[in-house]
Design a protein around this ligand. Structure first.
Ligand SMILES: [Zn+2]
Length: 438
C-alpha cells in the first residue's frame, strides 16, 4: 500500500512529458507506471490535464538579511510559505559573510536556528567578505557541515566585502581538488568606484553600469580558463556578459563556469528608475537597458539556473531616502518566479528550476528529478490557467510584479510525499529539513 499516488498527469522526465502514475512511499518516489490501473494507495490525487514537475529549487535567496539599519522583510516562515505557493520545495540561503574561519560555526548555528520555521527543505552557501584566513581550512569545515559552496564578491570594497584576486585564485585552486562550487557576485569594483554620477535613483544604473559586470566576468573567466575549478556566476544581468562567455569561453561553460540569472532582469528594465516609485526597484546589480534584456532572452539556452535573489524590503524602507546609496537593495520574487519565467519561455525553463540547480548545487539525485529513489517533491502545474499576480505571502507590503498576468499556474506543491499547498491553499506544516550537500 502506497502513501500517495499522483495519477493521470503528464509527468516531466528527461525533457519530455509522458502519461504516468507516480506512487510515493516513506517520502520517496517508489513506483512509476503508465497511467491506467490504480495501485493500492492511501491517498490519490487526480492530475488530469496537469503537468507533474519535480519540486523547484531556488539556489539563491536571502532570508533575515541584516543590513544594520534595515533587515529584509522575510523570515523563514514567510519566505518558505511564499516559496511553497510558487512550487519551490528547496531553497539555498547564505550564511552571513565571514572574514575568518573561526566565525563559521556561529554563522551556521544562527541560520539553523532561524530555519526551524521552514515549510520547505533548505540548504546554505558559506559566504566570505574580505576573507583573510586559510582557504583550505574554511572549505574543509564548510564541506563537513554539508555546504560544498562558498560565495564571494569582487565588489563592495567600501563595505569591506571584496575578495582579493589572490584569495579568489586560492579558492579556485581548492575547487579543482575538492569540487567546491565558487559563487561569485561579479561587478568590477574600480569601475564602480570611478563612476562619477549623482547619488540618485535615476542615475543608479550608471553608477554600476553594464560594462562593470561584463568586464569583471571576462576577468574572472580568464582566471578560470587558466586555473580551472568550478565557478558559478550569480545574478547575471546582461545578455552581453553571456554572449562574451559563449563566444570566448564556450569550452568552459557547463563544466567550469555556470550561469545564473533572475526573473527581475527579464521583466523590468532600468527605465523604471525614472518613475516616481523607482526606489522600489532598486537592487544590485541594477536593472539594465531593454537591449541587454533582449539579449538576455536570446541567450536563455546558455543560462543554467534561475535563482530569485529574493531579498524584499517594505515600501517605507525603500522610499525612506532619496540617495540611491542609502536605499536597501533587493526585490522579492520567490512566490512567482516560475510562473513569471514559464510565461516567457514555456517548457524550456523547467530544467533551470529543477535538474540543473540540483546537479550544480549537489542536490542530485535526491532533488530535481522524478525517478525512483528520489525525494517525493512535486509541483502540480496547470499550463493553461491564467495567474493574476497578487500581493502574495511575503511579509513585504509590496510585490513588484503585482497585477501582472501569467499563463501557467502552480496549483499544488508536495514536499517529501506530503501535500504542502493544495489548490492554492496552505495545508502542510513546517517540516522543512536541512539538506546536507556533498
Ligand atoms: Zn544575492
Amino acid at each position: 500500500m502506497y502513501n500517495l499516488g499522483l495519477i493521470n498527469g503528464k509527468v516531466y522526465r528527461n525533457g519530455q512529458f509522458t502519461h504516468l502514475d507516480v506512487y510515493v512511499q516513506d517520502q520517496i518516489i517508489a513506483k512509476i507506471v503508465p497511467s491506467g490501473k490504480i495501485l493500492p494507495c492511501k491517498k490519490i490525487v487526480d492530475c488530469t490535464n496537469k503537468l507533474i514537475l519535480p519540486g523547484f529549487i531556488d539556489p539563491h535567496v536571502h532570508i533575515n538579511l541584516d543590513l544594520g539599519e534595515f533587515k529584509s522583510s522575510d523570515d523563514y516562515e514567510s519566505a518558505s510559505k511564499a516559496a511553497a505557493f510558487g512550487g519551490i520545495t528547496t531553497f539555498i540561503d547564505f550564511l552571513e559573510p565571514i572574514s575568518y574561519v573561526h566565525e563559521f560555526d556561529a554563522m551556521l548555528k544562527k541560520k539553523q536556528k532561524e530555519a526551524k520555521a521552514s515549510y520547505i527543505d533548505y540548504a546554505f552557501h558559506t559566504a566570505v567578505g574580505n576573507f583573510n584566513d586559510d582557504v583550505d581550512k574554511l572549505i574543509k569545515i564548510s564541506r563537513e557541515s554539508g555546504i560544498p559552496s562558498v560565495k564571494m564578491f569582487t565588489t563592495y570594497s567600501e563595505s569591506n566585502r571584496k575578495i582579493t584576486y589572490t584569495k579568489f585564485q586560492e579558492f579556485l585552486k581548492n575547487s579543482c581538488k575538492t569540487n567546491t562550487l565558487i559563487l561569485v557576485h561579479a561587478e568590477n569594483d574600480e569601475e564602480i568606484l570611478s563612476a562619477n554620477v549623482e547619488d540618485t535613483v535615476e542615475s543608479y544604473e550608471s553608477s554600476r553600469p553594464a560594462v562593470s559586470e561584463i568586464e569583471e566576468i571576462e576577468k574572472i573567466a580568464r582566471i578560470v580558463a587558466e586555473l580551472k575549478g568550478t565557478l558559478y556566476i550569480v545574478h547575471v544581468t546582461c545578455g552581453s556578459s553571456i554572449e562574451l562567455l559563449n563566444d570566448k569561453y564556450k569550452e568552459l561553460l557547463g563544466k567550469n563556469i555556470f550561469i545564473e540569472s533572475c526573473p527581475q532582469y527579464f521583466h523590468f528594465t532600468k527605465d523604471v528608475y525614472d518613475n516616481e516609485n523607482g526606489n522600489l526597484f532598486l537592487l544590485a546589480p541594477p536593472l539594465r537597458s531593454i537591449k541587454e534584456q533582449e539579449k538576455l532572452k536570446e541567450n536563455i539556452s546558455v543560462i543554467d539556473t534561475i535563482g530569485t535573489d529574493h531579498c524584499p524590503f517594505t515600501k517605507e524602507e525603500k522610499m525612506r531616502y532619496k540617495e540611491a546609496s542609502k536605499i536597501p537593495k533587493g526585490l522579492g520574487s520567490l512566490e512567482f518566479s516560475f510562473s513569471l519565467m514559464y510565461h516567457i519561455f514555456g517548457n524550456e525553463i523547467i530544467d533551470k528550476f529543477t535538474l540543473n540547480p540540483a546537479k550544480i548545487h549537489n542536490l542530485f539525485p535526491k532533488k530535481g528529478i522524478i525517478q525512483i529513489g528520489s525525494d517525493a517533491d512535486f509541483v502540480i502545474f496547470d499550463p493553461k490557467k491564467v495567474l493574476f499576480i497578487n500581493s502574495g505571502h511575503s511579509q513585504s507590503d509590496y510585490n513588484p510584479y503585482e497585477s501582472m498576468l501569467t499563463t501557467g499556474m502552480v496549483e499544488s506543491t508536495i514536499l517529501r510525499g506530503e501535500i504542502l499547498v493544495k489548490n492554492r491553499k496552505l495545508v502542510g506544516s513546517m517540516r522543512g529539513q536541512f539538506i546536507k550537500r556533498h
